[in-house]
Write a protein that binds this ligand. Structure first.
Ligand code: CAA
Ligand code: NAD
Length: 290
C-alpha cells in the first residue's frame, strides 16, 4: 500500500520527554518505531514511561489491551545509532544545541533508507543551518516541531529550510496527519512562531519574579485565572525544562540580534544551580516529594 508520506519505519534520536512522546505517538499510529539514546538509563526510563502511559490508556478505556500490546510490539529501543539503519524518517530530539544536533545528523544521514527524510524537533534553531550537516541531502531535511506533552498536544509546526523540497514538505505534513496531529507551517526564523511568542512571555515571568512583582505561585495563579492559561508561565517553564528555555532565549537573542531576548539572570541562575524543572525534581517549584 502506498501512502502520501510513503513511510513505514520511523526512528527517533533522543529518548527524553519529547523523543519518548514522539515515539509513542508514532507507534500508536502504526509505524514500526525505533528510539535511540546514547546516555545510560535514558532508554530504560523511556520504555518504563511508555509502559505506564499505555497501561493507563487501557485502564481508562481509551485503548484495548490488544492495541497496547501491538503498540509495544512496534517499539524498538536501542543504545546503538546503527539500529536506525533503513529508516524512512529519522526525527531528532536531543538537547537544544546546534553543534550536538549537527554532529548527530551527519552520522545518522547515511543510515536512512533510499529517499528517507531527516527531521529536527528543534524549538528554535535554524533548519537551514542544521540542514548543512547533511550535504546534498539538505532537500530532505525539515523541521517537525512537536509540543509537550506530545501525546496530548495537537500541533506540529512544520518548518522548511532554504533547501527543503516541496516533496519533503508534503510527505512530512502527511506523516504528521497520520500521527493524529495538525501540521501548521512556519518560516525558518529564530524560534519560528511558537517560541518567538511563548518564550519571551515565560522570560518576562522570571523578570516579574526577580523584580518582586509577585511570588512565583501568584504569578502563575494570575495568568491561569486571569488569562485562561492551562499552566502558569513558571510552571510551564519547569515542565519544558529551564535549560531548554535558556537555550531557546540564546537562539532568539543571537538570531534576532536583539538583547531584549536575553534570558533573565534569575532563569540562568536556576539552571547553573541544576534546578532544571520537572526533569531534575526542582526548578521554580519543588517536585521532589511527588
Ligand atoms: N504525557 C502524556 N500524557 C499526559 C502527560 C504527559 N506528560 N501529562 C498529562 N497527560 C494527559 C493525561 O493522561 C490526561 O489524559 P486523559 O484525558 O486521556 O486522561 C490529559 O493529559 C490531561 O491531564 P491531567 O488531567 O492530568 O492534567 P491537566 O488537565 O492539567 O492537563 C496538560 C495537563 C495537558 C499538560 C495541561 O496542563 C496543558 O495543556 N498545559 C500546557 C502545555 C503546553 O503549553 N505545552 C506546550 C509547551 S511549549 C512546547 O512544547 C514547545 C517548545 O519548543 C518548548
Ligand atoms: P530532554 O533533556 O528531556 O531529552 C534529551 C535526550 O537526548 C536525553 O534523553 C539525552 O540523553 C539525549 N541526548 C542528548 N545528547 C545526545 C546525543 N549526542 N546522542 C544521543 N542522545 C542524546 O530534552 P527534551 O525536552 O526532550 O528536548 C529535546 C529537543 O526537543 C530539544 O531540541 C528541545 O528544544 C525540543 N523541544 C522541547 C520541548 C519541551 O517542552 N521540552 C518542546 C518542543 C521541542
Amino acid at each position: 500500500m502506498t501512502t502520501p508520506h510513503n513511510i513505514t519505519t520511523v526512528s527517533i534520536i533522543g529518548a527524553g520527554q519529547m523523543g519518548g512522546g514522539i515515539a509513542q505517538v508514532a507507534a500508536v499510529a502504526g509505524f514500526a518505531t525505533t528510539v535511540y539514546d546514547a546516555f545510560p538509563g535514558a532508554i530504560e526510563k523511556c520504555k518504563a514511561l511508555h509502559d505506564k502511559l499505555l497501561a493507563r490508556a487501557v485502564e481508562k478505556g481509551k485503548m484495548t489491551q490488544a492495541d497496547a500490546d501491538a503498540t509495544k510490539g512496534r517499539l524498538t529501543y536501542s543504545e546503538s545509532l546503527h539500529a536506525l539503519k533503513g529508516s524512512d524518517i529519522i526525527i531528532e530530539a536531543v538537547v537544544e544545541d546546534t553543534a550536538v544536533k549537527k554532529e548527530l545528523f551527519a552520522k545518522a544521514a547515511p543510515l536512512l533508507a533510499k529517499g528517507g527524510i531527516l527531521a529536527s524537533n528543534t524549538s528554535s534553531i535554524s533548519i537551514t543551518d542544521l540542514g548543512t550537516a547533511v550535504g546534498d541531502m539538505a532537500d530532505r531535511f525539515i523541521g517537525m516541531h512537536f509540543f509537550n506533552p506530545v501525546p496530548v498536544m495537537k500541533l506540529v509546526e512544520v518548518i522548511k529550510g532554504l533547501s527543503t523540497s516541496e516533496e519533503t514538505t508534503a510527505r512530512t505534513i502527511a506523516l504528521a496527519e497520520a500521527m493524529g496531529k495538525v501540521p501548521v507551517p512556519a518560516n525558518d526564523r529564530p524560534g519560528f512562531v511558537s517560541n518567538r511568542v511563548l518564550m519571551p512571555l515565560i522570560n518576562e515571568a522570571f523578570y516579574a519574579w526577580m523584580e518582586g512583582v509577585a511570588e512565583p505561585a501568584h504569578i502563575d495563579e494570575i495568568m491561569k485565572l486571569g488569562c485562561a492559561h492551562p499552566m502558569g508561565p513558571l510552571r510551564l517553564a519547569d515542565f519544558i525544562g529551564l535549560d531548554t528555555c535558556v537555550h531557546i532565549m540564546d537562539v532568539l537573542a543571537d538570531g534576532l540580534n536583539n538583547d531584549r531576548y536575553r534570558a533573565c539572570p534569575l532563569l540562568k541562575q536556576l539552571v547553573v544551580a541544576g534546578r532544571l524543572g520537572d526533569k531534575s525534581g526542582r526548578g521554580v517549584f519543588d517536585y521532589s516529594k511527588k
